[in-house]
Design a protein around this ligand. Structure first.
Ligand code: CP
Ligand code: NVA
Length: 303
């Protein structure tokens, strides 16, 4: 009997130990890349990448990961596939599963990725939904570890929208065992069930200063995510007191890092001085998408 494939829909799909090993492997794969070591475990493997939203980092990192490891990737957008003309997700999942070795999806409704995975016979990776962005968290944790060592027991401050990234941070707090202090305005707070489920690791307030006090890592994200473009003006008003600027950073520990999944809006959720300043590790974070996703693909594609 064929074993059911492992998927990566949220951070809970891997055990704490598996995640720890995966991050360590990402660091190793990065060193191998820097040493120009040839490593092609994905020879003849194909990744299908369905993008229903825009992407720079996710697309390029997955495609490059497949290519550098000897495999290939196919970019699929709704504009040029039958998905855009209403072919059911279940049918698409069955068809792609019969041809490729792994499928990556970026879409709106989280349920769509879950449905795809239910009908897929190959591993499915969530490359961002309205609810979660687990791949980004792999890169973020790798980056923290590279700069500061273990994140266990550390304090992370999430400032701003209670969005997909915030939800993945909540799950990461549990999986990697750190304290997460979230500051979001009323009406834009993260999913209440998720906060309640992980309350041992997560606290919620409307006060950015309180959240960043003594933090080891300060992180934020855009005020209007993909699909919320029309709310931008209103959100800009509501979120104005939530900008991560030098004053806010000064309340965190002196050695605190600043992270942002990118793309960023300087002068909105973060000041230019902070994102371009010495505490910011956003470029390492972006690069680590490549290395951590290689480790993820290696894990999922293992025979
Ligand atoms: N951080 C991130 O996922 O970036 P892209 O939207 O460019 O893929
Ligand atoms: N919260 C952002 C993340 C982009 C990588 C969005 O969903 O648009």
């Amino acid at each position: 009997m064929l074993m059911a494939p492992r998927h990566f829909i949220t951070l809970m799909d891997l055990s704490k130990d598996e995640l720890k090993t995966l991050i360590a492997r990402a660091i190793e794969l990065k060193a191998m890349r820097y040493a120009n070591k040839r490593y092609e475990p994905f020879k003849n493997k194909v990744l299908a990448m369905i993008f229903e939203k825009s992407s720079t980092r996710t697309r390029v990192s997955f495609e490059t990961a497949m290519s550098q490891c000897g495999g290939s990737a196919i970019f699929l957008s709704p504009a040029d596939t039958q998905l855009g003309r209403g072919e059911p997700i279940e049918d698409t999942a069955r068809v792609l599963s019969s041809m490729v070795d792994c499928v990556m999806i970026r879409t709106y409704a989280h349920e769509k990725v879950e449905l795809f995975a239910k009908y897929a016979k190959v591993p499915v990776i969530n490359a961002l939904t309205d609810m979660y962005h687990p791949c980004q968290l792999l890169a973020d944790i790798q980056t923290y570890i590279e700069h500061r060592g273990s994140i266990q027991g550390k304090k992370v401050a999430w400032i701003g929208d209670g969005n997909n990234m915030c939800h993945s941070y909540i799950r990461a707090a549990h999986q990697f065992d750190f304290e997460l202090a979230i500051a979001s305005p009323i009406g834009y707070q993260p999913n209440a069930n998720l906060v309640a489920e992980f309350k041992e690791h997560v606290s919620l307030s409307t006060a950015p200063a309180q959240a960043v006090t003594n933090a080891d890592l300060v992180t934020t994200d855009v005020w209007a995510s993909m699909g919320q473009e029309k709310e931008h003006a209103k959100r800009a008003q509501v979120f104005a007191p939530y900008q991560v600027d030098s004053h806010l950073m000064s309340l965190a520990k002196p050695e605190a890092l600043f992270m942002h999944c990118l793309p960023a809006h300087r002068g909105e959720e973060v000041s230019a001085k902070v994102i371009d300043g010495p505490q910011s590790v956003v470029w390492d974070q972006a690069e680590n998408r490549l290395h951590s996703q290689k480790a993820l693909l290696e894990f999922l594609l293992a025979d």
